[in-house]
Design a binder for this molecule. Structure first.
Ligand SMILES: [Zn+2]
Ligand SMILES: [Zn+2]
Length: 275
């Protein structure tokens, strides 16, 4: 497979390998695609500000909660902790699939406020999959940080107000919530790494190779047009079982039956944009 090295020395997939969907005519995936250019221009200063605030709040709360989890650690909880962490990661993987599937399949960039702020990045990612490797830390992680700020703040408040005995009893639940929060927060960073082919730190490649986070080869399955499977992008652990169950297909049939909406209509519209 062809590779290129971008200006920061990080490798990335070339656009030419991205599969061409039916009826796409002369449209080519990548930053030169007319739809991709239009979507990139919709990234506004207000959106950037929302991302900065979210990242600062989220990582401060994460550090605060982590210190309190360490301070309240008891060896007797060890098995509960391990179980809670695995359950938290599985929940995060499923949530990543559900949100990704929802944004890819339904809704439109034309929706007021929400469309440009939250649907736009998903549309851009399909027609310019390497754009994410050029996004900085704030743009990559801003939206996910916003999702986890409230639950992390809630946990921090509990650490400040509960007695040590009360904390002891809810400790495994807090471990579950913390693992869920951390993996939801890092999902798009993990997703960005799955598109980066050179310059990744060794420990990231190790985590990918052992399928602890989303591996590069695994995520490529989602990028085959029309992008209708393998939506989980945190660890990807649930992609195979959900595909075997026909989970997304059945859910789409159900929604189409009830609402009459066609899945991926907006995604296809952007993919076909040539001017
Ligand atoms: Zn997608
Ligand atoms: Zn991707």
């Amino acid at each position: 497979m062809a590779r290129t090295v971008n200006e920061s020395g990080c490798g990335e997939e070339t656009q030419s390998q991205e599969p061409q969907g039916p009826g796409l005519g002369s449209a080519r995936w990548g930053p030169q695609h007319a739809g991709a250019r239009e979507l990139a221009n919709l990234y506004s200063p207000g959106k950037r500000c929302q991302e900065w605030v979210s990242v600062i709040l989220c990582f401060s709360l994460m550090a605060f909660n982590f210190i309190h989890l360490l301070a309240n650690f008891h060896l007797g909880h060890l098995w509960y902790i391990l179980l809670s962490v695995v359950a938290g990661i599985l929940t995060a993987d499923f949530a990543s699939g559900l949100v990704h599937w929802g944004a890819d399949t339904w809704g439109s960039v034309d929706l007021p406020i929400f469309g440009k702020a939250f649907i736009r990045p998903f549309r851009e990612h399909h027609i310019d999959p390497t754009a994410i490797t050029r996004h900085d830390f704030i743009e990559t992680n801003g939206d996910n940080c916003m999702l986890t700020v409230v639950p992390l703040a809630n946990m921090a408040f509990s650490f400040l107000t509960l007695t040590p005995q009360e904390i002891y009893h809810v400790y495994p639940w807090f471990c579950y919530l913390f693992a869920l929060g951390v993996f939801v927060t890092l999902t798009n960073q993990i997703h960005k790494w799955s598109h980066t082919y050179f310059g990744l730190p060794r420990w990231v490649v190790f985590l990918q190779d052992f399928h602890i986070i989303l591996p590069r080869k695994h995520h490529r399955i989602h990028h085959v047009s029309p992008h209708e499977t393998y939506f989980c992008i945190t660890t990807g652990w649930l992609n195979y079982p959900l595909e075997k169950m026909g989970f997304w297909r059945n859910l789409e049939d159900l929604i189409q039956g009830v609402t009459g909406e066609k899945p991926r209509a907006d995604d296809l519209k952007w993919a076909q944009k040539v001017k």
